[in-house]
Design a protein around this ligand. Structure first.
Ligand code: F6R
Ligand code: MG
Ligand code: MG
Length: 372
């Protein structure tokens, strides 16, 4: 059976600042999908990560389907009404356009989609990150599809012997999608050279070179490119098929042990370590740290199993403790150097205005009078 997995995610308002959407708001969005989605979708799963609500849908309508996108958009509009009634903070924050225009791409919500012929058993992972941007997945995706230190299947399994193709997007290019396809292992240095720049180059899709099947899909939205100003970080989602010709579930998870430093954290303007968290986790310290959740499923004839919360395990408690220490370490540095992002990524205009004012007060010293 050919199916499509579509996850659409938005921040439509939260409690206590940018902390969590709360159960009432999630129920409103869930009820909307249940009520209006019956004819369109086979199944769905609704969860939150930090202040974002994600709707994962399973259907047979292909990628970029207007009705599926509208269903999620309308559910978020219905949720926004309640968020406003409840006086939630940032109600409707990620719904950047007034009217739906056929596809939520470019309208604020993040979207990732995978269309494929269902294998007899089809396990996959759904990742959602908050207080960060799509480049947060660059390093883990690079490692799990190209490095046998993280994915032992690259050398052990004949099904991954030919490696993977990375589809990488230049998200600074605003007039259309600027994409390059590079293959690992041959072009791994070129891939690394691009993916080191998390704010400009992001992985959009990965394909198996053994079976030509799609392996992973990541949202590439950069909100400030849509809105022209800061409206919050992009809080990306990712769908990854696992097992067989793809990394095993644990191989896809293994790079997240790093808690690598990503852009985001407080005011979307800092670097902080990415903490793997449980489903529906809220945000706390310094509006962070940046978090990533992951739910594992099998999908069969379009129906989802219950979610397995893969970061809800004693092993990840240890990782979380290490990541907390890493967060404290970089916060010890306050605003200095790598603790805060460069000017292009600061997302708040205040400091730029301040620097403009200060700049006018600089004086260039007269050159010293040369002695004869
Ligand atoms: C980051 C984030 C928060 C806010 C911060 C200030 O994505 O959502 O860190 O930037 O709480 O919020 P405002 O400017 O809305 O008062
Ligand atoms: Mg928010
Ligand atoms: Mg968010």
């Amino acid at each position: 059976m050919r199916i499509t997995l579509t996850v659409i995610k938005a921040d439509i308002g939260s409690i206590g600042g940018h902390i969590k959407p709360g159960e009432r708001l999630k129920s409103r969005v869930r009820d909307f999908i249940k009520d209006k989605g019956t004819k369109l979708i086979h199944d769905f799963y609704l969860s939150s990560t930090g202040d974002d609500i994600a709707i994962l849908m399973c259907h047979s309508r292909g990628e970029g389907d207007a009705d599926i996108h509208k269903l999620a958009w309308d559910a978020f509009i219905a949720g926004t009404e309640l968020a406003k009634e409840m006086g939630l903070y940032g109600a409707g924050q990620d719904l950047l356009k007034d009217a739906f225009s056929g596809n939520v791409r470019g309208m604020g919500p993040a979207v990732a989609e995978l269309e494929f012929d269902e294998r007899p058993n089809e396990p996959f992972l759904f990742f959602a990150a908050d207080k960060t941007d799509p480049g947060a997945y660059n390093l883990p995706v690079f490692l799990s599809y190209s490095d046998p230190m993280y994915n032992s299947g690259l050398i052990l399994s004949p099904h991954m012997a030919k490696g993977f193709d990375f589809h990488i997007m230049d998200v600074s290019h605003l007039k259309g999608d600027r994409v390059i396809v590079l293959g690992a292992p041959e072009q791994v240095y070129d891939i690394a050279a691009l993916l080191r720049d998390n704010q400009r180059f992001v992985v959009e899709k990965v394909y198996s070179r053994t079976t030509a099947e799609v392996a992973t899909s990541i949202s590439t939205t950069r909100l400030h490119n849509i809105a022209g100003k800061y409206t919050g970080k992009d809080d990306p989602v990712m769908l990854s098929r696992v097992q067989g010709a793809f990394p095993a579930c644990g191989e896809a998870l293994s790079p997240f042990v790093k808690g690598h430093l990503v852009a985001g954290f407080m005011r979307g303007s800092h670097n902080g370590p990415l903490m793997p968290v449980k489903q529906n986790q809220s945000i706390s310290y310094f509006d962070g740290p940046p978090v990533v959740s992951c739910a594992a499923f099998c999908v069969h004839e379009g129906r989802l199993t219950e979610a397995a919360d893969v970061f809800d395990h004693p092993f990840w408690d240890h990782v979380r403790a290490k990541v907390s220490q890493k967060a404290i370490d970089i916060r010890d540095q306050g605003f200095s150097g790598p603790a805060m992002l460069g000017y292009d990524e600061l997302e708040y205009g205040g400091i730029v205005e301040r620097l403009k004012k200060i700049d006018k007060k600089f004086k260039v010293r007269k050159p010293p009078i040369e002695s004869k």
